[in-house]
Design a protein around this ligand. Structure first.
Ligand SMILES: NC(=O)c1ccc[n+]([C@@H]2O[C@H](COP(=O)([O-])OP(=O)(O)OC[C@H]3O[C@@H](n4cnc5c(N)ncnc54)[C@H](O)[C@@H]3O)[C@@H](O)[C@H]2O)c1
Length: 369
């Protein structure tokens, strides 16, 4: 059996997914070894982008097209990755759903909650499956933090507080981000919180939301850089309160200092968890304390533990979460189970972000039921 894949958008993420799929196929990482991944077609209206990709000599691709509708209409394609600037996600999602394709859609899903509801309705109507590109849910380090919290719950005692920090050099022509659509509100809709820290809001839900739900949120969002046209936040601070009294904050920054990283501190009655300088998949430090007892972890050990937990075959130990997210997506297509995370989780994350915008605009605490 083949899974025939189409990719729309061949920039940073389109290529990331393409090379993950290529690796999964070439290293035979799927559980069912009779299944083969074929990259049937890739589309990008920017011919230059396609030509540059051709130069990379990716022999697994059947065809290149500047017309994404060729992918939509291609009956042989089972699964499509949408990796375009955010504005176009909804349009492609709806067209692809109507054709019965299963979809991997990059985050953010769309510009509004109403738009995401349309995606959910289309998913149901056409009986397709969706995975959302909230990649940190496939990140061994984040998974390990959750394990640490779960396995030591009794010893840690009550949860007290957390601080999350996500800083990124304005992703327009810097580092891996060579395009500049993120400075255009009509293509991006939001700034650092919407476009990047959406991952952190999701991690907060993943790590903390199941113990006691989020009950209140207060946010301050700022538009400082002249680049933002007053529409794309470059500063967001969110204060969270959960039903059990657990409180914490997320700071999201886009500035011109070259310091792309995440930092997390979690304070518990008898313990402390600290992740420093996390830049997917690497980090400088992950350690936790129970009383005076300190445990420090390394990336290789965590990745190996994650791999075994997921029953994935042996692979390079510095494998990043993008490979794991595609592996998970392909596995769910093979096993006909719902991909994770799906549109429900995507909707929830967007709902929290919209509440943060509202809180900041109205200078009000938002309550969740
Ligand atoms: N999950 C993650 O960690 C992660 C990281 C980066 C970006 N993203 C998301 O992935 C998406 C793409 O971001 P990127 O960094 O790859 O951007 P990019 O600029 O590198 O690539 C986007 C590609 O889409 C193409 N494109 C533009 N308009 C199009 C259209 N109408 N139809 C089809 N293709 C079109 C562009 O030519 C470009 O090649 C965004 O939604 C972004 O938020 C996710």
């Amino acid at each position: 059996m083949n899974i025939n894949v189409g990719i729309i958008g061949t920039g940073l993420m389109g290529q990331t997914h393409l090379f993950s799929l290529k690796k999964i196929e070439e290293e035979r990482l799927l559980s069912d070894t009779d299944v083969h991944i074929k990259i049937r077609g890739v589309a990008d209206p920017d011919e230059e982008k396609l030509n540059r990709l051709k130069l990379k000599n990716v022999k697994v691709i059947d065809y290149f097209t500047t017309n994404p509708d060729d992918i939509v209409k291609d009956k042989a394609i089972d699964v499509v990755y949408i990796a375009t600037p955010t504005k176009f996600h909804k349009e492609y999602y709806l067209k692809l759903a109507e054709k019965g394709k299963n979809i991997f859609c990059e985050k953010p899903l769309a510009f509004s909650l109403e738009d995401i509801k349309e995606l959910i309705l289309a998913e149901r109507k056409y009986g397709i499956s969706t995975q959302v590109g909230l990649v940190l849910r496939h990140c061994p380090v984040v998974w390990k933090m959750k394990q640490i919290i779960k396995e030591n719950a009794e010893a840690f005692g009550k949860r007290l507080s957390f601080t999350f920090r996500d800083t990124q050099n304005w992703p327009i022509g810097t580092g891996l981000h060579q395009s500049d659509w993120r400075k255009d509100p009509s293509l991006a809709y939001g700034g650092s919180l919407f476009e990047h820290s959406i991952h952190d809001v999701d991690v907060l839900e993943y790590l903390f939301g199941d113990q006691a739900p989020l009950s209140k949120l207060f946010a301050k969002i700022r538009y400082v850089s002249p680049l933002t046209q007053g529409k794309l936040e470059d500063v967001a601070t969110l204060n969270f309160e959960y039903e059990d009294g657990f409180v914490g904050n997320l700071t999201s920054i886009w500035n011109k200092a070259k310091m792309d990283e995440r930092r997390v501190e979690i304070f518990l009655e008898n313990g402390y968890i600290n992740l420093e300088n996390y830049i997917t998949p690497f980090f400088r430090k992950l350690e936790y304390l129970i009383g005076r007892k300190k445990k420090r972890l390394n990336l290789e050990g965590i990745t190996e533990e994650y791999r075994k937990h997921k029953n994935y075959p042996k692979m390079a130990l510095n494998t990043g979460p993008y490979l794991f997210e595609s592996l998970s997506f392909m596995e769910s297509i093979i096993k006909e189970i719902e991909p994770y995370p799906g549109l429900d989780i995507g909707y929830r994350v967007h709902e929290i972000i919209e509440s943060a915008y509202h809180s900041s605009r109205e200078n009000q605490i938002v309550s969740f039921n």
